[in-house]
Ligand binder design. Structure first.
Ligand code: G6P
Length: 605
């Protein structure tokens, strides 16, 4: 996730864009830049760091010119660095682009442009865009045609804005999947990734839709469909919303916003870079022992992944809590050990400490993280970015589901590499994975009210049990963490089969026991455990297959979800728990974005 903005009008563009960037920083903040056109040239200032820091060093806001584009970055392709910061330009320095999204076919397109003689200076996918526009201009297209032809070749997602020093009276923008809005002033126009960045200037906006490009002059906007070139006429909408409301996109808390971002963040998690994913799978394949290492929520995604690695790749992997690793496994590791570390921040001290120990013993270190440039990316032999964008809520939500989706894709690659499953199965699973983003959106909509009711019923309980088997146990563990973090209610999560070996003694009349009971091989056993608990007076709450009448009958409260492949259980079944925890915090009067005693990134041992 990144933030982009653009301005054209009578005012000086740079200070307006600087203000817009500070409003968009929640979308990314590892580097930023602004460029304008002045005196027939593109002038650029960009660097690594937060917007305000960069501006105090480089005075981006002092750039002259009445047209400009700007970017604040959350790196996906290429580490945060001055050269990878946006805007990016073509060989002549005449065309500049800012981009939010991921160009999936960038390797092939870049190769073609390099062969045609273009010189790239950054490691980003974005840079191919100005070069390709330059190429089409060289071949005789005018700017509009060069832009449209370039867009037609891009696969993946983008919201982008482009300037050409040769045409200082026009701003070109386009959108596919990543958001983009155009603010309409009487004598100026402004574009941005979201309305927060332009509400100060105007409340009249046009929302660009997927597959549309817009050609913006200070006195008018022309919108074309990228595929057909057909013109689209759309009246501006008048917004009645404050900047504060807009920052959370209408959601009262970042946590709820991030929960509802999952259809988008999951789509981004499906866009992992092939070469790195293959490399990670190859390195995993070489390991005699494979450990999956993480803390907090990231450990729970390791738990979920051990099912995926076993069932798909027939590989035994050991999920380990990072702080326990050295004592329990340290003496057993060596050059044939592979450690796949999972960390949203890439900075958790317990994780880094275990990895440093492992590095000194010649283990292969691999990483999955949301933060390019983090320590984890520097110490990993290979790493994969989960592409979730910044997560502001302290309790991890969208980053958990994305981690699981990335790990599942790695398990699938390892399975292929080892020849453990047939191609048709791989294809089937892949197409199932592709449906996850949409399914997540449907589930969130369908269970929201129900989970608010459940939250009210559970808010005054002293203890809550969560039970599940196999992949559903990782949901119990993550559900426990969310409820505990946000509502401060002590929770006990157990593999359902183990619950008879102790926890059952705590059950009394009315003790709430939540079963994560999808329609999988464990269903019969789950029903058995439910009966055991019910016989001791427990209140049974089931999160189960929506067509499972038998479980519905046994349950006091029943929450139905669509039938899923067990690989997807951790992603789909965790969604009701995120909402439950959120609403429990509200019912109990706690701030869901800032739970007490917790930090987003724990950098102490
Ligand atoms: C803290 C956060 C958790 C997070 C854990 C691991 O405890 O409050 O939400 O899951 O750290 O963080 P990481 O950045 O390594 O995933």
């Amino acid at each position: 996730m990144c933030g982009i903005a653009g301005y054209i009008g009578p005012g000086r563009a740079a200070p307006i864009l600087l203000k817009a960037l500070s409003r968009l920083e929640y979308r990314g903040y590892d580097s930023a830049g602004i460029c304008t056109i002045f005196g027939g040239r593109v002038l650029t200032r960009k660097d690594v760091g937060k917007v305000a820091e960069i501006n105090s060093r480089l005075r981006m806001d002092e750039l002259p010119g009445n047209i400009g584009i700007a970017h604040t970055r959350w790196a996906t392709h290429g580490a945060p660095s001055q050269v990878n910061a946006h805007p990016h330009t073509d060989c002549t320095g005449r065309i500049a682009v800012v981009h939010n999204g991921v160009i999936e076919n960038f390797m092939a397109l870049k190769k073609e442009l390099v062969e045609a003689g273009h010189l790239f200076s950054s490691k980003t996918d974005t840079e191919l865009i100005p070069h390709m526009v330059e190429e089409y201009l060289k071949r005789g297209s005018d700017l509009t045609e060069a832009f449209m032809r370039t867009l037609q070749r891009l696969e993946g997602s983008y919201a982008l804005a482009l300037l050409d020093a040769g045409s200082p009276d026009i701003l070109l923008v386009a959108r596919k999947e990543s958001p983009l809005v155009i603010g309409i002033g009487p004598d100026f126009k402004m574009v941005a990734s979201d309305i927060t960045a332009l509400l100060d200037l105007t409340r009249d906006v046009v929302f660009l839709q997927n597959g549309e490009a817009a050609f913006i002059r200070s006195d008018g906007v022309k919108i074309l469909r990228v595929d057909t070139g057909a013109e689209i006429f759309r009246e501006p909408t008048r917004l009645d919303i404050t900047v504060e409301m807009a920052e959370k996109q209408g959601y009262p808390h970042y946590m709820l916003k991030e929960i509802y971002e999952q259809p988008e963040s999951l789509k981004n998690a499906l866009r992992i870079q092939e070469v790195y994913a293959d490399l990670v799978a190859e390195l995993l394949d070489r390991g005699r022992q494979i450990f999956l290492l993480g803390a907090g929520t990231s450990y729970n995604s390791c738990l979920a992944a051990s099912y995926a690695f076993s069932s798909l790749a027939r590989a035994a992997t050991y999920p380990v809590i990072a702080s326990e690793f050295i004592s329990n496994y340290g003496a057993s590791i060596g050059a044939d050990t592979v450690i796949l570390a999972v960390s949203q921040s890439g900075e958790t001290a317990d994780v880094l400490n275990a990895l440093e120990y492992a590095r000194l013993r010649a283990c292969t270190i691999l990483g999955i993280t949301n933060t390019v440039g983090s320590t984890l990316t520097r110490i990993s032999r290979a790493y994969i970015l989960q592409n979730s964008g910044p997560e502001i809520g302290v309790a991890a939500t969208k980053t958990f589901t994305s981690q699981v989706l990335v790990l599942s894709q790695l398990a699938l690659r390892l399975a292929k590499l080892r020849g453990k499953i047939a191609q048709y199965e791989i294809d089937e699973i892949k197409s199932g994975l592709k449906k996850v983003p949409e399914m997540a959106g449907e589930v969130l909509d369908s269970v929201r009210l129900k989970m608010r009711e459940v939250a009210e019923k559970l808010a005054d309980k002293n203890t809550i049990f969560l039970l599940g088997r196999g992949p559903a146990y990782s949901v119990a563990a993550e559900g426990r963490l969310k409820i505990m973090e946000l509502s401060y209610t002590p929770c006990i999560a157990y593999p359902a089969g183990e619950s008879k070996h102790g926890p059952i003694s705590v059950i009394q009349e009315g003790t709430p026991v939540i079963f994560i009971a999808p329609y999988d091989d464990n269903r019969r056993l789950n029903i058995g455990s439910m009966m055991e608990m019910k016989a001791r007076g427990a209140t049974i709450i089931s999160i189960a297959d929506r067509d499972d009448r038998e479980i519905e009958e046994i349950s006091d409260i029943f929450v139905g979800l669509p039938r899923v492949h067990p690989l997807l259980t951790p992603i789909i079944y965790v969604l009701p728990f995120q909402l439950l925890a959120y609403y429990m915090a509200l019912v109990k009067g706690h701030d869901p974005d800032k739970p007490r005693n917790l930090a987003k990134s724990v950098t102490v041992l």
